[in-house]
Design a protein. Structure first.
Length: 115
């Protein structure tokens, strides 16, 4: 299936392989990314996978390029992963266009909160 193929591509990027050496637990999801390449960087908007059927939001510039996007949350516990990788993949060629890495910090528990 297409989503499985995209996840496999994302998991085999050097960035994902490096993080998965440290942490074996991950969760992946597939969506879309509109990337507007700018002179000094880029602007990225993410969308759920079904957005293609719903239509592109009017806030996305016409100059944006669309890519499949795989989000990989790495680390345990699942509700506080250590890393987030966003991998933009050309849906036609399967080539990785861009990888974003984010270290995630565990948020403090609110005072008085109990599970």
């Amino acid at each position: 299936d297409e989503k499985d193929r995209l996840i496999e591509i994302a998991l085999n990027t050097p960035e994902a392989l490096r993080r998965l050496e440290e942490e074996s637990h991950y969760k992946a999801s597939v969506g879309w990314a509109a990337i507007n390449w700018l002179k000094n960087g880029m602007a990225i908007c993410g969308f759920d996978y079904e957005c293609v059927d719903k239509g592109i939001p009017a806030t996305v510039p016409e100059s944006a390029e669309f890519y499949s996007q795989v989000e990989i949350y790495i680390g345990e516990p699942a509700y506080y992963p250590k890393y987030l990788l966003r991998v933009a993949i050309n849906p036609d060629t399967g080539e990785v266009a861009h990888v974003q890495q984010h270290g995630l910090k565990k948020l403090p528990t609110a005072p008085g909160y109990t599970k």
